[in-house]
Design a protein around this ligand. Structure first.
Ligand code: APR
Ligand code: PHB
Length: 389
């Protein structure tokens, strides 16, 4: 088989790129290791920057998001007995959109299917060949049958555990990583959200986050030990701990119920440089990971896709390689800003097992500065709603 852009990975990054390319008549084929239902079974975050929303609209995949998403003009931040609001409209001039990433992925699959997009599932043993040449090709198997896909370009949208990043020789790759000494235990419950906006809460017992998907589907997280397993936590134990970590006024009105999903995610900051090797381009989690505190995972994948899509579009429309040649440097410039914000917010809101009394005083001072200083609130708001592409 032959296509113009071979995309490895049928998560939000790969699907969004494929759909955007389609709108400009550029052919692509998506190779996905799992089944569609498996991909749609993943529960991920739910805060979208304006840039992501605009890309979904450009991809003609935003109808349900536009109809069902929530507009959030701010968020609550609490630390011990202190609680205050960061006003996105006042400090950054626009809101964020709350809409589950699972729904984003579902919408993108529907858009690809409606456009008769080519997606292969249950793909195994993908190998990227001749990425440095003008005629790269993928080899892979489906149900034991060997296949080959010739292409002009390869988009590695295959996440942190994919094959794309590993294809770049170790002597070329530079990797930067910070692993946090705790995880997030998250649950979904068919209960009304405790608050109309998110609550990010730092407490002496650890971090907690109150979020939502719709008026009867809530998403809650508590910082937990990396030694924990979801089955170690009964629903009652989770709710009791969450109530201890959020402001009393919220705890008193929290509506609890059975969890319909319960999982633990580790927290990591990670970047690989460069994000391009020949005609292989890394996008999204294949190139970088952020702790979920700043909700930057999908939103940073979005800017990668924006840069790569426009570079490829420029190439096919004019023959110019200027955009694709600038891809890695341009994408990394924004990736590192998202990494910084996610690291800053994670370092501020969590309790670290080995932190000193001085470290705690620094967190308290930073929170007080954020609560009382307009410039500090503007910096947080501008980063949270999304820095420009
Ligand atoms: N071959 C084919 N597909 C693969 C391979 C492989 N070797 N390895 C991984 N995949 C698939 C995975 O099954 C997954 O569906 O690639 C996809 C990668 O999707 P994500 O991990 O969701 O990464 P990405 O699309 O970049 O998502 C960016 O959105 O999903 C959220 O929070 C997540 O921050 C992340 C963001
Ligand atoms: C979520 O709704 O799952 C969510 C929201 C904000 C975050 C992380 C996760 O920072």
């Amino acid at each position: 088989m032959k296509t113009q852009v071979a995309i490895i990975g049928g998560g939000p990054s790969g699907l969004l790129l494929s759909q955007l390319l389609h709108t400009k008549g550029i052919e692509s084929i998506v190779l996905e290791r799992k089944t569609k239902n498996y991909v749609l079974g993943r529960i991920r975050a739910g805060v979208l920057e304006r840039g992501f929303v605009e890309l979904m609209r450009e991809a003609s995949a935003s109808e349900r998001m536009d109809a069902e998403s929530y507009v959030h003009d701010g968020t609550q931040v609490s630390f011990g007995e202190t609680m205050f609001r960061i006003d996105f409209d006042k400090h950054a001039g626009h809101p964020v959109i709350v809409y589950g990433q699972t729904e984003v992925t579902r919408d993108l699959y529907e858009a690809r299917e409606k456009a008769n997009g080519k997606i292969e599932f249950n793909v195994e043993d993908v190998v990227i060949n001749d990425a440095k040449s003008d005629a790269p090709y993928l080899t892979y198997t489906v149900d034991g049958e060997d296949r080959r896909l010739d292409c002009d370009f390869v988009a590695g949208c295959d996440g942190f555990h994919g094959v794309s990043r590993q294809t770049i020789p170790t002597e070329v790759r530079r990797e930067y990583e910070k692993v946090y000494p705790f995880g997030w235990l998250g649950i979904l419950s068919e209960t009304p959200p405790v608050n109309h906006e998110l609550i990010y809460s730092g407490s002496e017992r650890g971090f907690a986050l109150c979020s939502m998907r719709n008026e009867n589907l809530s998403r809650y997280y508590i910082q937990c030990s990396l030694d924990d397993n979801p089955e170690d936590w009964s629903d009652d134990a989770f709710w009791d701990e969450l109530k201890r970590r959020i402001p009393k006024e919220a705890a008193d009105k929290l509506v609890t119920g059975p969890s319909i999903e319960k999982s633990i995610a580790p927290l990591r900051s990670f970047v690989t440089e460069p994000m391009r090797w020949g005609n292989l381009f890394l996008c999204g989690d294949a190139a970088h990971i952020v702790p979920p505190t700043g909700a930057k995972g999908l939103n940073t994948a979005a800017s990668d896709i924006h840069y790569l899509y426009n570079g490829l579009r420029e190439f096919y429309e004019s023959g110019s390689r200027e955009g694709i040649n600038a891809y890695s440097e341009k994408a990394l410039a924004r990736v590192w800003k998202a990494e910084r914000f996610s690291w800053w917010f994670s370092s501020l809101m969590h309790r670290f097992p080995d932190q000193s009394e001085f470290d705690l005083k620094m967190q308290i001072a930073e929170i007080e500065f954020l609560r009382t200083n307009e410039a500090a609130q503007r910096a947080m708001a501008e980063n949270y709603v999304g820095l420009p592409y």
